[in-house]
Design a protein around this ligand. Structure first.
Ligand code: UD1
Ligand code: CA
Length: 454
């Protein structure tokens, strides 16, 4: 753990997003931008994280839960004013405070650690993380003296034409000596183009006071990109997904076509799994080793074991054990657990059900609210009738039951171990173990009927 407190600025409305949702809650690679920043701070080993919220503050706080401390900035008077709001929480803090922005989802733990170490090694009172941007429009520019020392930062709107040519920009991420930060902030004014209290002014103020200010340059500008619009958000999304795909491939996962594989930041995939094109893996999904996933498959918050084969499948909030095969055209709905070696064939939907080891649902079934044992064979077209228009009921099916094609199991109902059900039955009563149940009209043949009709 580092002797480091972060203050993450997230009070702005994000006007350019044109959204009711606070900007920092917009997602990139499946999680809010602010969550990416918090995760990077945690990965670097920050001991405390304070988030400054304002616009939609309650919503942001609610979304982040107890992952950080929160302070409110009721009026958004600028980044310097925003940091000031954290002063009461940091009165006794003697160490380093790092200021980050909640709208930089590409920042990494390594970069945060690098900035902290650079700041410490320089013995500076303030250190800014800079980047060389291909297009520096909108960013604050880094001003340097003839000898290369950092002299201060000028905002785009306050910059001269000459200053606007500077490609080295302020990433919006800084390290400060805590005590120096808050004494300097007291002196920041708002006499500038935007009438705001600018945090970057702290650097110039400290320099005037003869204190050491420093800069650390990011190796790549991408990690420091600030997101102000949906176009920029889409750009960040692309970069995050590319990073994730590289991470997976480096860990032994085959991606047939990285360009059509969409994996959220926190997803895990085991080695020797092959992912076919047009696959989405979302949220907290985990996939084991040696699986074949896709094409055209989407899993959200689903945990999948080893050696699973899934094609043209959508599963959400499910657990799938080793050796299961599914698809094409399968829908697994929440609270479904498929045990080892289950086989789910074409056009099958399973909801809120437990399917036992090796059971088969090969074709055209709806199984809802069901507890199924092992070794069961469900004939083609078999469905559970789980809903009477008001209440959902459960179906229980014992081990090794054989359910004939096109059966309706009207819940609540129990089908015993080793029992058989004749094809086309509508089962409304429990079937005892080892019995044969037939619940359909008996067939009647009328001899010569067609000839007589002529
Ligand atoms: C800021 C920097 C700029 C830098 C850029 C990097 C200032 C004055 N400028 O500009 O030098 O190059 O970031 O991305 O700091 N916020 C608050 N309260 C406020 C104002 C802003 O919490 O009163 C938050 C925003 O929610 C956002 C962050 O601070 O997360 C940055 O604000 P933003 O308005 O995006 O600043 P930029 O114009 O991008
Ligand atoms: Ca910004």
């Amino acid at each position: 753990m580092l002797d480091l407190v972060t203050v993450i600025l997230a009070a702005g409305k994000g006007t350019r997003m044109k959204s009711k949702l606070p900007k920092v809650l917009h997602k990139a690679a499946g999680k809010p931008m602010l969550q990416h920043v918090l995760d990077a701070a945690k990965a670097a080993g920050a001991k405390r994280n304070i988030v400054v919220v304002g616009f939609g503050g309650d919503v942001v706080k609610e979304a982040m839960g107890d992952q950080a401390e929160f302070v409110f900035q009721t009026e958004q008077l600028g980044t310097g004013h925003a940091v000031m709001q954290a002063a009461p929480l940091l009165k006794d803090e003697k160490g380093t405070v790092m200021v980050l922005c909640g709208d930089t989802p590409l920042v990494t733990g390594d970069l945060i650690a690098k900035l902290y170490e650079g700041h410490k090694a320089a013995g500076a009172k303030a250190t800014v993380l800079t980047a060389i941007m291909p297009d520096s429009t909108g960013y604050g520019r880094i001003l340097r003296t003839e000898t290369g020392e950092v002299a201060g930062i000028v905002e785009q709107k306050d910059a001269t034409e000459e200053q606007r040519q500077i490609k080295e920009v302020n990433s919006g991420i800084y390290c400060f000596d805590s005590q120096e930060l808050f004494q300097a902030l007291e002196q920041v004014g708002c006499d500038n183009a935007q009438g705001e209290y600018y945090l970057p002014d702290v650097l110039g103020i400290l320099r005037e006071q003869g204190k050491k200010i420093w800069a650390v340059a990011a190796d790549d500008y991408e990690s420091t990109l600030g997101i102000n619009s949906r176009v920029q958000l889409a750009g960040a999304e692309k970069i995050l997904r590319r990073r994730k795909n590289i991470e997976l491939m480096d860990n032994g996962v085959t991606l047939m076509d990285p360009d059509s594989t969409f994996v959220d930041a926190d997803v895990e995939v085991g080695p020797d799994t092959v992912i076919y094109p047009f696959t989405w893996l979302e949220g907290k999904t985990k996939i084991g080793a040696n699986c074949q996933i896709g094409p055209n498959t989407r899993f959200s918050d689903t945990v999948i074991g080893n050696e699973v084969v899934a094609q043209f499948t959508y599963g959400h909030e499910c657990v799938v054990d080793d050796g299961v095969t599914m698809g094409p055209y399968v829908h697994l709905r929440p609270n479904t657990h498929l045990s080892t070696k289950v086989k789910i064939g074409n056009f099958v939907e399973v909801k809120n059900s437990n399917i036992g080891v090796g059971s088969k649902l090969p074709h055209l079934s709806y199984i809802g609210d069901t507890d199924m044992g092992s070794g069961v064979n469900m004939g083609c077209g078999t469905i559970t009738v789980n809903y009477d228009g008001k209440t959902k009921f459960r179906t229980t099916i014992g081990n090794d039951a054989f359910v004939g094609c096109n059966t309706n199991l009207v819940a609540p109902v129990t089908v015993g171990d080793g029992s058989y059900i004749g094809a086309g039955s509508t089962i409304t009563k429990d079937v005892p173990a080892s019995d044969l149940a037939i619940g359909r009209a008996r067939q009647k043949n009328i001899t010569g009927w067609a000839d007589k009709r002529k």
